[in-house]
Design a protein around this ligand. Structure first.
Ligand code: GUN
Length: 295
């Protein structure tokens, strides 16, 4: 390995490595559960054929298989009605053998996502999208935290990157990533700025960030002019263009300026999936009465 490659390597936040450690840790809990006759299981619902969703669901199934979690996938055509989906969720809510329920988003426009998220039992809501779990992010006692923001927090913890007193700038304010992450970082005493596509002069704000998190899906939005020297950069973007995956950050142009950075792929993505598995095991542990202290 050349010296410059070694330098890059040292700056990488290795999402695959952290995910594999989480998977290893939950595998031990799964053995414990199975010895008690409990098989942790997740129901995954996919409506339609959105190509990105198909890939995400496949990654989740594969991770479940690796860990020993039973995954039950239901794929429905785009024409599925809201009522039919609500009936399916009700059935899964009442199934004692199912510990986690995940409805892959986005849903077709004729289905009200809010209504669907509210229909999932909060104690099986391993995505952390039910309003009760969302609200409890504020008070830090949610049963399940949303997987991507929680994965990002775990990443920072793994590399001993404290956010306390730091300027954390988040671009993107989705319900899945930006908003919950802002609260989770505030809970850790970060100084958080939430930006969106209408924010004026984004660069002038990001250039002061100690930790920059970009979750826009805009390919290579971020170059070196957006970054403060020594910043930590977390790239949540995943865009597929002609079969190649791109992040929000132009890696080559920022690498000399950052102290740590997540690659795409191999950064945030694997953590999201590993946290989903952890949440599923947590759900099974809660129901079994086994000590739920995880990692
Ligand atoms: N679509 C994009 N990210 C997610 C996620 O974390 N969970 C679900 N259910 N859908 C998604």
């Amino acid at each position: 390995m050349t010296e410059s490659n070694l330098g890059i390597q040292k700056k990488l936040i290795d999402g695959r490595l952290i995910a594999s450690k989480i998977e290893l840790s939950i595998s031990e809990k799964i053995v414990e559960l199975k010895n008690k006759g409990i098989v942790p299981s997740i129901a995954v619902i996919l409506v339609g054929k959105d190509p990105a969703s198909v890939v995400y669901v496949r990654n989740k199934e594969r991770a479940a298989q690796r860990c020993g979690i039973l995954s039950k996938k239901d794929v429905y055509p785009e024409s599925l009605t809201e009522k039919e989906l609500l009936n399916k969720i009700e059935e899964l809510n009442n199934d004692p053998l199912i510990h986690g329920i995940l409805v892959q988003l986005p849903l077709p426009p004729h289905i009200n996502e809010k209504k669907i998220m509210e229909a999932i039992s909060p104690v099986k809501d391993v995505d952390g999208f039910h309003p009760l779990n969302v609200g409890k992010i504020f008070t830090e006692d949610a049963l399940f935290y949303p997987c991507t923001p929680y994965g990002i927090v775990k990443m920072l913890d793994y590399y001993d990157i404290s956010v306390k007193g730091k300027s954390c700038v988040i671009i993107g304010q989705s319900n899945i990533v930006g908003k919950p992450l802002a609260i989770m970082l505030m809970n850790r005493l970060a100084t958080v700025s939430s930006l969106n596509i209408f924010t004026k002069d984004i660069k002038s704000i990001t250039a002061k960030a100690d930790i920059l998190i970009s979750a826009t899906g805009k390919v290579h939005l971020i170059d070196e002019s957006y970054i403060k020297k020594g910043a930590v950069v977390i790239d949540v973007g995943i865009s597929n263009i002609g079969g190649k995956i791109y992040g929000d950050v132009n890696f080559e142009r920022v690498i000399n300026k950052v102290s740590k950075i997540t690659p795409v792929p191999g950064g945030v993505g694997p953590l999201t999936v590993a946290v989903l598995m952890e949440n599923t095991v947590k759900s099974a542990l809660v129901k079994s009465g086994i000590n739920i202290k995880l990692i």
